[in-house]
Design a binder for this molecule. Sequence first.
Ligand code: NAD
Ligand code: UD1
Length: 340
Amino acid sequence: MLNTILVTGGAGYIGSHTTLCLLEKGYEVVVIDNLANASKESLKRVEKLTGKKLTFFEVDLLHETDIHKVLSCHPNIRQVIHFAGLKAVGESTDDPLRYYHNNLTGTLHLLRALESTNIRQMVFSSSATVYGYPTTIPVNEHAPIQPTNPYGHTKAMIEQIILDTIAAYNWGVVILRYFNPVGAHASGEIGEDPAYPNNLLPYITQVAAGVREKVTIFGDDYPTPDGSGVRDYIHVVDLAHAHIAALGALDKQPTGAQLYNVGTGKGYSVKEVLEATQAVVDRPIPVEVGPRRAGDVAELTSDPSRAHAALGWNAKHDLKEMVRSAWHWQSKNPHGYRKQ
Ligand code: NAD
Ligand code: UD1
């Protein structure tokens, strides 16, 4: 019988897609989320789509005793996927103490609660943002860790805390460094629901839907083929599957650290993403060129070969499918999970 998986932050964007995938694979799932950046509606839809039940606790990782209560109610939990955290780069620069408190203290509480109940296997959501301004493209896992903002520092610090935890208590952890997750489940029932879209594709689809006026290309004078920034976009469903593969890797190698980039390895420019969206939405998307955004790099793409070799995982969706699914979600849910 498959394990019961604890999923922190499971009501969020990547967490809800991964929870769906876990249920489809036959895992029992216990989700905890404080709903700071999510809605319970995502999980209701996951249950409807899969025809399976999950267990949800509205719990804040900052309240350690509540984590203990969940674990004592579910003694079958053997592995954890830890998504919960705050993730907006700009917000983290404006309010770093909130970010350090939430992401670091929350994780410390989780790790302590898990250690005290002998749960020692985890998959952790890290980010390509830990690489900062990379000197070599594509980036492999040996590249230096040099974050450039408080959010990135929380990820780098948590990675270190995890390595120390593995060494001291004999844990097994898979750290996944995601590149740029985009897209939505093919049903259009779950997707990314940002209060304000800071990232490119949700912004473009909101402009296409008429929610926002125009897309600003943040600089077209970068040393890239068309002058706009290049990123490694990864379909959220492919990313969800990488988590399933990571759980399998923990079964095979129950202790020690495993670290993987999760991207496609292929870069697309802002202009290419705009063209791909234009082709899918079949309506004009007003665009202007603006100045570069502070903190942006010209190009960031992954070398995902380690994940291919060790996890047997490969991204299956191309840019067109990423854009089509993002647009399907946006069109079906113009107000996200809100009724209007
Ligand atoms: P998200 O905001 O949709 O999901 C995070 C979830 O964590 C939310 O549901 C939120 O309510 C919950 N949460 C936050 N603080 C909590 C706390 N103290 N206690 C309990 N729940 C809490 O974000 P996402 O895009 O699904 O990202 C998931 C993880 O992946 C995050 O750790 C994020 O930093 C990381 N990540 C995301 C991206 C991306 O582009 N989306 C890229 C790299 C890494
Ligand atoms: C951003 C974060 C990164 C985080 C990632 C995923 C910054 C500096 N980096 O990465 O830490 O891990 O999101 O959540 O915020 N762009 C436009 N116009 C827009 C929006 C974006 O031209 O309105 C461009 C950007 O300059 C970039 C590309 O589109 O070249 C992708 O931007 P975005 O989706 O914000 O992701 P990143 O900047 O790669």
